[in-house]
Design a protein around this ligand. Structure first.
Ligand code: ASP
Length: 322
């Protein structure tokens, strides 16, 4: 008999819509009333840990959730977290970076509220429980399951505003799926050792580049003595020339700067030598990060800094993603 702990944190999976179609939080999660989640092989315990729409999640609430799972680790064989889909990938990745993979941790949610026609919440929850109870799910890092697909937390992103098939791993695809009677994995994830954190640094920023970008936000970040900056560069990793002097000031102020590609697939590479091209950025002291979108690279930088890494150790941590 596998013992699974379901930890609810809120999101649409816990919400209801009213007769005008507006969706909002309930005073308590309707899934707590489901008493048919256990079967002869799986014993499920459910806990309403938070009741937050996921844009209200913060690194602090993610750390509370991580601490909760760590404290419960000896008592269960696997964990399911229900979460709003908007920022689900960030919480899943936070857990992925900071928890051991000895026991499965599966994060799920829903695109349709609990009382909507065709609500996907209960189905996703039951699938996530089956994944968490499956021995094959161990040593794969934190998993994300919605719409019968299993994704690695590291690569998954919310790709559609409303569709139930919203979650995608753009460069790699899902690593498995849930069938009627079984859970199937078809690829492995290279594991990265979890880091220990018990406090969080703040002021780690994320900027997206665009044509005609002005330097104001870089100037502000340089003055503010931020702890770190992630930039989503254009194409293979380039920036508009206008921001370069202010970016240099950020770097000269010892603020670590990391760059990811703003494109949906692929990895940044310092290829171009024109003004603002990737090669010039690397020469200025910008570090390129592979395999992560902006929000995840920013979270990884925040976690690396929070664990006390700096300089070359921080660079190695940020670059080690595959
Ligand atoms: N806005 C909701 C949330 O992230 C969306 C969802 O859960 O699907 O909390």
């Amino acid at each position: 008999m596998k013992k699974i702990l379901v930890i609810h944190t809120g999101g649409t999976i816990s919400m209801s819509e009213n007769n005008t179609g507006a969706v909002n939080t309930n005073s308590s999660n309707p899934l707590m009333k489901q008493n048919n989640l256990s079967d002869k092989d799986i014993h499920v315990t459910s806990e309403e840990f938070m009741n937050l729409p996921s844009p209200h999640m913060t690194p602090e609430t993610m750390l509370q959730l991580q601490t909760k799972i760590k404290n419960e680790y000896p008592n269960y064989d696997g964990f399911v977290v229900t979460h709003g889909t908007d920022t689900l990938e960030e919480t899943a990745y936070f857990l992925d970076l900071t928890l051991s993979s000895d026991k499965p941790v599966v994060v799920t949610g829903a695109m349709r509220s609990s009382n909507a026609i065709g609500s996907d919440g209960l189905h996703n929850l039951l699938s996530a429980i089956r994944i968490a109870a499956n021995d094959e799910s161990k040593q794969k890092g934190v998993l994300v399951e919605l719409n019968d697909q299993i994704h690695a937390a590291r690569f998954v992103t919310k790709a559609h505003t409303t569709n139930v098939a919203t979650f995608e791993s753009p460069s790699n695809g899902p690593i498995g799926e849930v069938l009627h009677d079984s859970v199937v994995f078809y690829s492995m994830t290279k594991l990265i050792a979890p880091v220990k954190i018990n406090k969080l640094v703040s002021h780690v920023y994320l900027l997206k580049s665009y044509t005609g970008m002005d330097a104001d936000l870089f100037i502000h970040i340089a003055k503010k003595h931020a702890n770190g900056l992630v930039i989503e560069g254009t194409g293979a990793g380039n920036l508009p020339p206008n921001v370069l002097p202010a970016l240099q000031t950020v770097i000269d102020n010892d603020i670590p700067v990391y760059l990811v590609a703003r494109g949906y697939r692929g990895n940044p590479e310092p290829v171009y030598t024109y003004q603002g091209g990737g090669e010039e950025l690397v020469n200025m002291g910008v570090n390129f990060v592979n395999g992560l979108n902006g929000q995840k690279a920013r979270l990884k930088l925040l976690i690396g800094l929070s664990s006390g890494l700096s300089n070359n150790e921080l660079k190695t941590y940020l670059s080690n993603n595959f």
